[in-house]
Ligand binder design. Structure first.
Ligand code: WTA
Length: 653
């Protein structure tokens, strides 16, 4: 670490936005007061960014914990993202500079192209029997057809449920069944880490348990051989590309469900987070406009997320497209074709706004400055971070090495459930501190409270809560309204509890401190401890398992699993079994859920009431001195586990 950097870290410097940036920023300082004067009216004003077939006269209706926004308005999300730009004469504007993982595999898609593709796909889905109110699963690589598939569903009023392409068959199958999807859109495969990876076989395996699925639409991406089920499976190039490129869109009520996105909670079952149309689009377009300071005529935006997560939904698809932005979309891994792949892309497409995750930044730091230094990154003018707390060192590296000490860095806090950004310093008008999300976005009310729900003062820590409804807030958990109330609205009276710890510093600025529940954050992926424990116990050798997230320099957190084997396997606690268990998790959940370390232990630390004490295991996993162990049945257990842990170090990938 340079001594400059060290000094910065210790003094918590404020980074004021560069004067030139500030003068032309979309957000001017009065925005906070304007929004605070009447947040609901301010959001109604923001809803004017959208094109409504019927203008809403209603704004917020709040029946805690259920809100509706703009309920009597009518609109079509795909028209807002595509048609209206073409109608406004912007048909030739590039919507996507798509970059495939193999070198020189690129496509340029204008808004006019996108309109034709979405129209054809909408016809094809209708031909396959998809109707308004149905659900469609999308399990795809990062190719333009993934975006087209989402917009085509929106166009005909079917809710999409995109499942991250890294999920295994069981996880995919659970999600398809839970949402009762009628159709699945997928591809033969995609390119990752320099090779073609298959997707279709996983879909086939998943569908063995999903009798409700009547049709599968398959994009040919890699040319791999795939099995086809007669009558059920169709090639995209057969069924979609023969359709008319004109499609008459319908208009839907603002509260029409737009999508379901599954996310991990504290139980083994993932929750289907539902989003609506009008409120959601309003917030993602507004936040993208102000926080990314979008200048649609000149900017080239690159959100590096996968379409399978909410960041891809809100800041690749709905926010930027509603705003008519030009984007880069990249299919592959950051080191495919060299560790400078990203920086080559930035240079080639003159990317101006880069929105990424702390894990990626820390990986680039590890690789070294020479890779970005070899490229002209002077087109960049704004940098953003999302998904996990960003450590000040990574923030400063991003600011200096990637942004040339010239670009504001926005640290944006939000969640699948919030739909859009909730906290961020607005570039141009708010100072930023490395590592702090600083304050709420205009029109959003957050607080940091203690155990009893009272606001904490400056210099104190507590829990982050959201105290007023917001337009993109989830409309609930698919099929389980009670669980929604219980999960988010029962811990504190009259506030949404996000599950994150936070502190308010001496200036009143807010810092996020990570999850305070049993949700882990691995490279920005939310994974529940219980889900992994469940998967482990599902293996024939395992009697009991406890899983914790331990801090990790690159991935933020990494999974450490403590496993008690069944009697007959107790002798087998060797590396081969560790490999088997890790593979088992990759197969049942996803490779991203593979533990960094598995420790076999004859016992787990439990309270007298039989609850596993994860807090202690986290201390063990992070090599910390143990806290209070007086409630344990057998305090010796943790010391023994600590010894075992040091004896059996298993390597990460
Ligand atoms: C974490 C991703 C600190 C947080 C958009 C939250 C963050 C969870 C930040 C949501 C940030 C996201 N600083 N922590 N800037 N952004 N988080 O649903 O714990 O995948 O609750 O949504 O990520 O993850 P999700």
């Amino acid at each position: 670490m340079s001594s400059d950097l060290e000094a910065l870290l210790h003094e918590t410097r404020r980074f004021a936005p560069p004067a030139a940036f500030a003068a032309a920023a979309n957000a001017q300082p009065s925005i906070y007061d304007e929004a605070a004067a009447d947040p609901v009216a301010w959001w109604r004003q923001q809803a004017r960014r959208l094109t409504w077939d019927v203008e809403p006269t209603e704004t917020l209706s709040w029946n805690r914990p259920f809100a509706t926004w703009f309920a009597d308005g009518r609109l079509n999300a795909s028209v807002n993202c595509v048609d209206r730009h073409v109608a406004n004469g912007l048909g030739d504007r590039v919507a996507f500079h798509w970059v495939g993982e193999p070198e020189d595999d690129t496509r340029t898609i204008t808004y006019r192209d996108l309109l034709a593709m979405v129209s054809q796909a909408a016809h094809a889905l209708t031909d396959m029997g998809v109707r308004r109110g149905d659900r469609v699963a999308i399990y795809m690589p990062m190719i333009p057809e993934a975006v087209v598939a989402m917009l085509a569903c929106a166009r005909i009023g079917a809710a999409h449920s995109v499942v991250f392409g890294g999920f295994a068959a069981d996880a995919l199958s659970d999600r398809i069944r839970d949402a009762d999807c009628r159709v699945v859109i997928t591809a033969d495969g995609g390119y990752r880490r320099g090779a073609a990876a298959a997707l279709k076989p996983t879909v086939d395996e998943a569908l063995a348990d999903c009798p409700g699925v009547t049709g599968v639409l398959v994009v040919r991406r890699t040319g791999q051989d795939v099995a086809f089920v007669e009558g059920r499976d169709h090639w995209w190039h057969d069924l979609v590309e023969r359709q008319s490129t004109e499609h008459q869109p319908e208009s839907f009520p603002a509260e029409q469900p737009l999508y379901i996105m599954y996310t991990s909670g504290t139980t083994a079952r993932p929750k289907g987070i539902m989003h609506s149309t009008g409120g959601y689009l309003t917030q993602v377009a507004t936040t993208h406009w102000y926080a990314h300071d979008l200048k649609p005529e000149t900017d080239v935006c690159w959100t590096s997320a996968d379409i399978g997560w909410v960041t891809g939904h809100s800041y690749i698809v709905y926010g930027p497209l509603a705003n008519g932005a030009t984007q880069v979309m990249y299919e592959g891994t950051p080191d495919a074709g060299g560790r400078d792949r990203w920086w080559r892309i930035v240079e080639e497409y003159k990317v101006t706004i880069l929105y990424t995750a702390p894990t990626a930044i820390r990986t680039f730091m590890k690789w070294g400055k020479e890779f970005p230094a070899a490229h002209d990154l002077s087109s960049l003018r704004l940098l953003g971070s999302v998904g996990e707390p960003i450590n000040p060192e990574a923030w400063i590296w991003f600011y200096e090495t990637i942004g040339g000490s010239r670009c504001p860095v926005i640290d944006t806090w939000w969640q699948t459930e919030t739909g859009g950004m909730m906290m961020t310093p607005l570039p141009g008008i708010a100072a930023a501190k490395p590592g702090a999300a600083m304050r709420a976005f205009p029109g959003i009310s957050v607080d940091v409270v203690d155990h009893d729900g009272h606001s904490v003062g400056n210099g104190q820590g507590g829990f982050l809560v959201i105290t007023q409804p917001w337009p993109a807030m989830t409309r609930g958990i698919w099929g389980d309204p009670e669980r929604f109330a219980e999960t988010y609205w029962s811990r504190f009276e009259n506030a949404y509890f996000a599950g994150d710890g936070a502190k308010r510093d001496e200036d009143g600025d807010i810092w996020l401190l990570g999850r305070v529940d049993d949700v882990m954050n691995i490279s920005g992926h939310r994974i529940s401890t219980t889900e992994v424990e469940h998967a482990l116990v599902g293996h024939h050798s395992v009697a009991e398992a406890a899983v914790v997230g331990a801090s990790d320099e690159t991935t933020g957190q990494a999974i450490v699993a403590f496993v008690t084997l069944k009697q007959e396997f107790a002798e087998q606690s060797d590396d081969e079994l560790i490999t088997q268990l890790r593979e088992h998790i990759a197969r049942t959940i996803s490779p991203i859920a593979k533990p960094r370390q598995i420790v076999f232990t004859p016992d787990l630390p439990k309270t007298r009431s039989g609850k596993i004490m994860r807090r202690l295991l986290r201390d063990v996993a992070e090599h910390r001195a143990l806290g209070d162990v007086t409630t344990l049945t057998d305090p010796n257990v943790v010391n023994m586990i600590g010894d075992l842990m040091n004896a059996h170090q298993s390597d990460d990938e």
